[in-house]
Design a protein around this ligand. Structure first.
Ligand SMILES: [Zn+2]
Length: 213
């Protein structure tokens, strides 16, 4: 699979590329014909910084931001994003005059949770939710719901790659869209043309990467 990876460059910044491999893959909510790999953007400091610079322009400078909630291993980007928002003097209600960058846990039922020592970084805080790849928006829906349970106010949702531009009335700002990957398709699992043809699923994919079947 690694050998089939093709690079697709950002139209906004030619130092930033995602990798994609064509095939038949299952996410937790959909079947897709390209496995999108943003690992290098999440783990290479220079690329994470470039990504954060683009995402920082998507946050309204007049909005409040107290906390960045990082899903799918996006903390490096989250830290740079927090720094850029501080430099741009985005408003914050935090008494320490700095932003929080946090990662939630998933409990045994795959629900997003924050431990007692993390709750005050969410309760009453203005939150930017940061994700790596978004196809159905199901992770966003569950994350926004969890943040609200804990009393947080979701101000903005940003994703490195997204095939949708909103969910439940909440817009999603992204660096890469499906248009950057010609032929990209996501299907409801029961409506997947590959499954209908009896083509086996090659790998399960999630925010951490892929595991071959
Ligand atoms: Zn399928």
């Amino acid at each position: 699979m690694e050998k089939r990876m093709v690079k697709f460059y950002s139209r906004e910044n030619n130092k930033l590329a995602l990798h994609a491999s064509s095939g038949h893959f299952a996410t937790s909510n959909s079947h897709i014909n390209y496995y999108i790999d943003v690992t290098s953007i999440k783990t290479r400091v220079r690329e994470a910084k470039e990504a954060a610079a683009i995402l920082s322009t998507r946050v309204n400078p007049m909005s409040y931001v107290d906390t960045i909630v990082c899903m799918d291993g996006t903390e490096v980007i989250g830290a740079f994003l927090a720094e850029l928002l501080e430099q741009r003097k985005v408003l914050s209600t935090n008494i320490h005059e700095t932003l929080y960058v946090v990662e939630p846990e998933l409990n045994n039922s795959n629900q997003i949770m924050f431990r007692d020592n993390m709750k005050d970084k969410i309760a009453g805080k203005h939150v930017v939710l940061l994700l790596d790849t978004t196809t159905t928006g199901e992770t966003i829906r569950r994350s926004v719901e969890a943040i609200r349970y804990y009393g947080g106010i979701v101000e903005k949702v940003v994703s490195l790659f997204s095939t949708i531009n909103g969910i439940n009335g909440m817009s999603i700002d992204t660096i890469f869209t499906a248009e950057d990957i010609p032929g990209y398709q996501a299907y409801e699992p029961h409506d997947c043309p590959f499954c209908k043809k009896g083509i086996p699923i090659e790998a399960m994919v999630n925010g951490f990467g892929y595991s071959k079947l």
